[in-house]
Design a protein around this ligand. Structure first.
Ligand code: SF4
Length: 265
């Protein structure tokens, strides 16, 4: 039985970033900014570009383990620095909705990483609401030309993880179980499909508890083999502001409740 729906969105309207290799040591720069500027000047393409600085004894302003790639921004819309665990290029991005995905997807693509979106949100009720949010995700994925996988919708199964926790407030115990259930689905899909890194858009919302999301993500990846949890703080580096801009630019449906029936007030 096929549990997933795959959507290939190949009508990309936006050219992906070009990558430039910049060498701190050759340039003798203090903090990398000169390298970024030089690379930008060489680019005759659009404004979206990434500079990849390979760590390994060369002078750089950012941390990171020797030998790992550190992505810095140049001419980008956000100033966040990301470091993909293991330097992986194949990233599975669990997405809860288009508004929460917006700045994260843009950030990743600007830095040369094209995530596959995994939409696992059986918490959302009713089904019409689920489809509405999915369609907004599809619209945004199509803009970037990235793949999106729709997990099976099974709200009855999700209700089991919420049993006895119906009266919990948001950010309470029910939410931790909810995150675990959805991220476990994502981790299982990642393990079965050759993804070594998993992260989520869940923590981009200020209504969510970062620690709960992180705990659930780590737990989910521990249940499978070969998948590393990427605990990036997706609110920093201007991502929150950029998210608000994109919501307006794209005229996204921006829901007023989290998703489950217990979050409707
Ligand atoms: S309030 Fe949101 S995070 Fe919490 S259980 Fe409901 S859908 Fe899940």
């Amino acid at each position: 039985m096929n549990f997933f729906r795959n959507f290939s969105t190949d009508s990309c309207e936006t050219t992906p970033s070009s990558l430039f290799w910049a060498d701190f040591e050759d340039e003798g720069v203090q903090n990398g900014l000169s390298s970024l500027k030089r690379a930008e000047n060489e680019d005759e393409g659009g404004v979206n570009r990434a500079v990849v600085l390979e760590k390994g004894g060369k002078r750089g302003r950012e941390g990171g383990r020797t030998g790992e790639k550190v992505y810095l921004c140049g001419g980008m819309k956000t100033q966040v620095q990301i470091e993909v665990p293991g330097g992986a290029q194949k990233v599975l991005l669990h997405a809860c909705c288009a508004p929460c995905s917006s700045a994260i997807v843009e950030c990743l693509i600007e830095r040369g990483i094209r995530p596959v979106i995994f939409y696992a949100n059986s918490n959302i009720f009713p089904r019409e609401e689920y489809d509405h949010r999915l369609n907004e995700c599809l619209r945004y994925a199509k803009k970037w030309g990235i793949e999106i996988v729709d997990d099976v919708y099974d709200h009855s199964a999700w209700r089991q993880c919420a049993t006895g926790l119906e009266a919990e407030p948001e950010r309470g115990k029910r939410c931790l179980e909810c995150f675990k259930q959805r991220l476990l689905r994502a981790a299982q899909y990642a393990a079965q499909n050759g993804f070594t890194v998993l992260t989520t858009t869940l923590a981009s919302s200020r209504w969510k508890d970062l620690q709960q999301v992180d705990e659930a993500g780590r737990w989910a990846c521990e249940q499978v083999s070969g998948v590393t949890w990427w605990a990036q703080n997706w609110r920093k580096g201007g991502l929150q502001e950029r998210r608000n801009q994109i919501i307006k630019e794209e005229n996204f449906y921006n829901q007023l409740f989290c998703g489950c029936e217990f979050s409707r007030h």
